[in-house]
Design a protein around this ligand. Structure first.
Ligand code: NAI
Length: 283
C-alpha cells in the first residue's frame, strides 16, 4: 500500500508541524481539530514557518504555495474515510485518544494505518480500542516538528511488521530518522527526558536555585541547547504532567511522582509558551 492521503488530528503545536512536513513531502493532508478557529491558528503557524523558510532562501515561493494547497481544514472525523493514514496529535489524555480511535476505526478504510503521536501513553491500550490493533502504531515526532530529525516509532503488542515497515519508510520520505522502540511507559525519549525535567522542577520547588540558575547549569555545564525549565515551557506543562502521571502509574515507582509545583502551575493554567506563561513569561 502506498500512503498518499493523511489526516492529522489536533492542530496544536505538534499536529500543525506534522501536517506541514507531510504536505512538504507531497502527501495531501486533512488537518482536523474540534473547531475551525483552532485549525485556522494551526494553518497560520504553518504559513509563518514556511514564509520564514522562503525569506531565508531555503524554500521556493512556489513550493510554499504547493505545500499549502495540499492541506485542507477538517472539523469532522468523517473525512478519515478518504485517507490511508491517520496521525493523531490531540491532547495527551487516554480517554480522549481512546474515543478518537474507536471512532476512527469505524470511519477509516480497512487498509488505513492509525498512528498516534502520544508522548507516553500505551500504544497497546489505544490499539485495543479498535478492531485493527495490527494497524495501530506510535509515531512520536519531536518538537518543533519541522526542525527535529527523530521520529520514535513504537510497536504495540499487536503491530504488524508490514505496518512498522511502511511507517519507517514514510518517516524517511519525511526526511526524518526513524528509531524503533517497544511499548513501555514513556518509550525511550520521555522515560529519560521527563524525570530530568521533573527533577529540575523539584530543584526549583525546594529552593535549591532560581529558575535561571537551574537552566544555566544545564545549558552551560551539560551543553544542553536549552535549560530543562525552558524546555518544559516549550513542551507544555500540561503535557509534562500527563507524561509524569503515565510513568508513575505505569511503573508504580515513586521516583516518577510529579512535582507538586508542576501540578500547581497546570491548575493555574500556566501551561508554558502556548498559554503565555509557565516558568517564564512569553509575549
Ligand atoms: P496542543 O495543546 O498544542 O494541541 C492539542 C490540540 O488537540 C488542540 O488544538 C486541541 O483543540 C486538539 N484536540 C483536543 N481534543 C481533540 C479531539 N477530540 N479531536 C480533535 N482535536 C482535538 O498539544 P501538543 O503539544 O500539540 O500535543 C499533542 C500531542 O502530541 C500529545 O499527545 C502530546 O503528548 C504529543 N507530543 C507533544 C510534544 C510536545 O513537545 N508538546 C512532543 C511530542 C509529542
Amino acid at each position: 500500500m502506498a500512503i498518499k492521503n493523511v489526516m492529522v488530528i489536533g492542530a496544536g503545536q505538534m499536529g500543525s508541524g506534522i501536517a506541514q512536513v507531510c504536505a512538504q513531502s507531497g502527501y495531501t493532508v486533512f488537518l482536523n481539530d474540534l473547531s475551525a478557529d483552532q485549525i485556522e491558528r494551526g494553518l497560520k503557524g504553518i504559513k509563518k514557518n514556511l514564509g520564514r523558510a522562503v525569506e531565508k532562501g531555503k524554500l521556493e515561493a512556489d513550493a510554499m504555495e504547493e505545500t499549502l494547497s495540499r492541506i485542507s481544514a477538517s472539523t469532522s472525523l468523517e473525512d478519515a474515510a478518504e485517507v490511508d493514514l491517520v496521525i493523531e496529535a490531540a491532547v495527551e489524555n487516554i480517554a480522549v485518544k481512546a474515543d478518537i480511535f474507536r471512532k476512527l476505526d469505524k470511519i477509516a478504510p480497512a487498509h488505513a494505518i492509525l498512528a498516534t503521536n502520544t508522548s507516553s501513553l500505551p500504544i497497546t491500550e489505544i490499539a485495543a480500542e479498535t478492531d485493527r490493533p495490527e494497524k495501530v502504531i506510535g509515531m512520536h515526532f519531536m518538537n518543533p516538528v519541522p526542525v527535529m530529525k527523530l521520529v520514535e516509532i513504537i510497536r504495540g503488542l499487536a503491530t504488524a511488521d508490514e505496518v512498522y515497515k511502511e511507517i519507517e519508510e514514510m518517516t524517511r520520505v519525511l526526511n526524518k530518522v526513524p528509531v524503533e522502540v517497544n511499548d513501555f511507559p514513556g518509550f525511550v525519549s520521555n522515560r529519560i527526558l521527563m524525570p530530568m525535567i521533573n527533577e529540575a522542577i523539584y530543584t526549583l520547588y525546594e529552593g535549591v536555585a532560581s529558575k535561571e540558575a537551574i537552566d544555566d547549569v544545564m545549558k552551560l555545564g551539560m551543553n544542553h541547547p536549552m535549560g530543562p525549565l525552558t524546555l518544559a515551557d516549550f513542551i507544555g506543562l500540561d503535557t509534562c504532567l500527563y507524561i509524569m502521571e503515565t510513568l508513575y502509574e505505569g511503573f508504580g515507582d515513586s521516583k516518577y511522582r510529579p512535582c507538586p509545583l508542576l501540578r500547581k502551575y497546570v491548575k493555574a493554567g500556566w501551561l508554558g509558551k502556548k498559554s503565555g506563561r509557565g516558568f517564564y513569561e512569553y509575549q
